[in-house]
Design a protein around this ligand. Structure first.
Ligand code: HEC
Ligand code: HEC
Ligand code: HEC
Ligand code: HEC
Ligand code: HEC
Length: 179
């Protein structure tokens, strides 16, 4: 008898917490720019082309996105990484001259962010790469893209469907992905 009551109230509390959480989260969601942005491909201040750098010249992703395994966020490379080559390469290009001017005056390029999760979602590149999920599984064939385009919708369903695959056996509890 006693135990059934405990279980009943335990269940009730979970439902109330779940409902409260859902209401809280849905209050935060009406913001443009995140989730369901499949196909988003903003113009960048400098027309950086992955298909040239990765596809044609075989530069590895991590040469530029060198924080991707270590930190929660991947990084866009600093201009100094670009200037390793572009002090010599294509110096006659107006885009390269623009980069060089910014570099010489200590400025950076204001790249427009393509992928964006809402603040209530926790994501970690390192955990995925460690399990052998490669960049293309989530970002598509970036090495063929002249301009980066978001390939996945970044919805909760997209994350959870993959976590649920038996071979992944990845965690599904809410706090894995939500603060
Ligand atoms: C020579 C440097 C360089 C290399 C190599 C490179 N990238 Fe990038 N990447 C950039 C720069 C600069 C940007 C920001 C401008 C843009 O979005 O095109 C970027 C943007 C991105 C974005 C979009 C980030 C956002 O705002 O959401 C993704 C995803 C990405 N790269 C994945 C890759 C993958 C995968 C590879 C390897 C197949 C790769 N990159 C190789 C320099 C590089
Ligand atoms: C490892 C060397 C290397 C690095 C690092 C590198 N690039 Fe390049 N980039 C090249 C080469 C080689 C070309 C010329 C490609 C071609 O014409 O075939 C090029 C071409 C370009 C062009 C086209 C120039 C034009 O007008 O034709 C732009 C813009 C550019 N790179 C931007 C960047 C940016 C931004 C970064 C840093 C995120 C970067 N590159 C890093 C080697 C590099
Ligand atoms: C499991 C899916 C997944 C894999 C694998 C993955 N990414 Fe991402 N990537 C994402 C998501 C989701 C975001 C948006 C993160 C955010 O907004 O907090 C993102 C964002 C980025 C960004 C923008 C900066 C940032 O962290 O927000 C870059 C650059 C990037 N990824 C590069 C890479 C590269 C390079 C690889 C492979 C070495 C890779 N990603 C592998 C899902 C993935
Ligand atoms: C292509 C499959 C795939 C996709 C898509 C994916 N994940 Fe994962 N995720 C995994 C795998 C595999 C692991 C590693 C599980 C393990 O360590 O055993 C993981 C682990 C994680 C972890 C780390 C859990 C821990 O152990 O700390 C977080 C957080 C996470 N994923 C969040 C997300 C979010 C948020 C998204 C969507 C934006 C997402 N994932 C999309 C496959 C995926
Ligand atoms: C593997 C990662 C992952 C797990 C596990 C996860 N979520 Fe999410 N959730 C997301 C992502 C990513 C979003 C943002 C994109 C979206 O709204 O679909 C999201 C969005 C939401 C939203 C907002 C929906 C909306 O329409 O804006 C709610 C509510 C939510 N999650 C509740 C939960 C609850 C409750 C659980 C546990 C049963 C859970 N989530 C487990 C990744 C996850």
């Amino acid at each position: 008898m006693q135990q059934r009551h405990v279980r009943f109230f335990g269940g009730l509390i979970s439902i109330v917490l779940f409902a409260a959480f859902s209401v809280f989260i849905s209050g935060c969601k009406f913001q443009p720019g995140w989730g369901y942005n499949k196909g988003y491909s903003p113009e960048q201040p400098i027309p950086f082309d992955h298909s040239v750098h990765v596809g044609k010249h075989n530069i590895q992703c991590q040469y530029c996105h060198n924080q991707v395994e270590r930190s929660t966020h991947s990084n866009i490379p600093a201009l100094s990484t670009c200037m390793n080559c572009h002090m010599q390469v294509k110096t006659d290009s107006p885009h390269i001259q623009k980069m060089r001017d910014a570099y010489d005056s200590g400025k950076s390029v204001e790249w427009v962010k393509v992928h964006m999760l809402p603040d209530h979602v926790r994501f970690n590149h390192g955990a995925h790469l460690k399990k052998g999920v490669n960049c293309q599984t989530c970002h598509g064939a970036v090495e063929t893209m002249s301009r980066v385009t978001q390939q996945a919708d970044l919805s909760m369903g997209w994350c959870v469907n993959c976590h649920r695959q038996p071979e992944n056996n990845a965690p599904l509890n809410c706090t894995t992905c939500h603060y």
